[in-house]
Every structure is written in C-alpha cells, then in structure tokens.
Design a binder for this molecule. Structure first.
Ligand SMILES: C[S@@+](CC[C@H](N)C(=O)[O-])C[C@H]1O[C@@H](n2cnc3c(N)ncnc32)[C@H](O)[C@@H]1O
Length: 214
C-alpha cells in the first residue's frame, strides 16, 4: 500500500479547534480504555517520549513521572487545552507542547526513545507520510505505539466503514483506512496488535523502529 490521502477538503486544524472546548466530553470517556491500555505497553525506561496529536492532553495523567513528554498538535486551541491540563495537574510532570504538523515535523532524526499516537492517523491528510515522520524522529530500536480504529477489509463491516467514511471525514476522521495494512507497508516492525475499545474495533499497534535504520 502506498500513500493514502483522506480526501478530506476541510482543515483538521479548523475542525479540532472547533471541538476543543467540548472535545473531552465527546471523545474523552469513549476512547479512554484504548488510551489507558496502551500505557500498559509503554516501556518505563523510555525517557523522551513524543506524543503526536496530543489534543487536549487526555493521556497526560497516564505518563510515569520519569518521562520527558513532548506533545505536538496541529490545532493551537487543542494545545492550549493541553497546557491548561498540565497546569491543573501541577504534579511536576515534564511536558513540552508545540503546534506542529505531524507530517512535517521539525525535530531532528532519531530524537525520541518512543513515539505514541492515539486516534490521530485517520485524521491526517497523508497517513503514510505520518508514519514516515514518526519513524524518522524515533531512535533506532525505539518504541512506536499507534492506537486507532482500523478498517477491516474482509468483513461486511468494512464495506459499511467505506460507505460511512465521507460523512465521518466531515466531522474529523475517516473510517475507511486499513491502518494495520498501512503500518505494515512501512518500515515499522510490528510486534503485537491488541484489540481495544467498544466491540474491539480499535487496535493498539505496538512496534519499533528497526535497529538498522538511522
Ligand atoms: C481524534 S483527536 C485525538 C487527540 C488525542 N490523541 C486523544 O487521544 O484524545 C485527533 C487530534 O489530531 C490532531 N491532528 C490532526 N491532524 C494533525 C496533523 N497533521 N498534525 C498534528 N496533529 C494533527 C487534531 O488536531 C486532534 O487534536
């Protein structure tokens, strides 16, 4: 599978900035099981962790205090909410937040011990480039964890997901992306895929950047 474009003409920055005041209400609890479960697999020895598409920072309470977290998001308003959360938490967690496009990150190659991205890959314009950027900024052997709904190509449900996708694209994400196949088509070494969330429709993809890639 090569590049896949969401074909969503609307700006994700605009959509998520609009959601920002009530994002937690809509997407907080309903996606929380997957966020929480993903943290069972984040190696505790990771020091510098990048979270791509951190949104309002709902994952922040799950990080061990030993981590230095760098969170990016394309929406300045979502980042503002995340900043407020860091202040409210006030527990000394080391967090840096920046407005940045995940598909054109400004970090140096091989910067992070781990890269985590919950519920973002189906919101970006170019999911393949998104994976390439994650690989680039992760250190060789570093952990890569992607959490998302993934279209099932073999089931009736997959057909429904394809039909419904243009509607969901208007509200912030697509449902017709086979995320598992896409990630498999990149150099990310997949170690395990774990089901999560309602009806186990979402996947936690646990992988790493190959040791030989620099
Ligand atoms: C469904 S929300 C997920 C937020 C958060 N990860 C969570 O678990 O709730 C998708 C997030 O990805 C961000 N996003 C969309 N496209 C992006 C891009 N190209 N670069 C960085 N962030 C992006 C949106 O602004 C939004 O905050």
């Amino acid at each position: 599978m090569g590049k896949k474009n969401n074909g969503n003409g609307r700006s994700m920055e605009g959509i998520y900035s609009f959601y920002s005041p009530f994002y937690d209400l809509i997407f907080g609890k309903v996606l929380e099981a997957g966020r929480k479960k993903a943290f069972n697999y984040l190696n505790s020895f990771n020091k510098k962790v990048l979270e791509v598409g951190i949104g309002t920072g709902l994952t922040l309470p799950h990080y061990p205090k030993s981590c230095h977290i760098v969170g990016i998001d394309i929406s300045a308003k979502m980042i503002q909410r995340a900043r407020e959360r860091v202040k409210q938490m006030g527990n000394g967690l080391k967090v840096e937040l920046q407005v940045m496009d995940a598909c054109r990150m400004t970090f140096e190659d091989n910067t992070f011990d781990a890269v985590l991205s919950p519920y973002v890959i189906t919101t970006v314009q170019d999911p393949y480039q998104f994976c390439q950027e994650i690989i680039r900024v992760c250190k060789p052997g570093g952990q890569i964890i992607i959490v998302n709904h993934s279209k099932d190509p073999d089931r009736l449900l997959g057909k429904i997901e394809s039909i419904a996708s243009p509607f969901f694209a208007k509200v912030g994400f697509v449902t017709d992306l086979d995320v598992v196949s896409l990630v498999k088509s990149t150099e990310i070494e997949i170690q395990r895929i774990i089901d999560c969330n309602l009806f186990n429709l979402h996947k936690i993809i646990l992988g790493q950047k190959p040791m030989h890639l620099t």
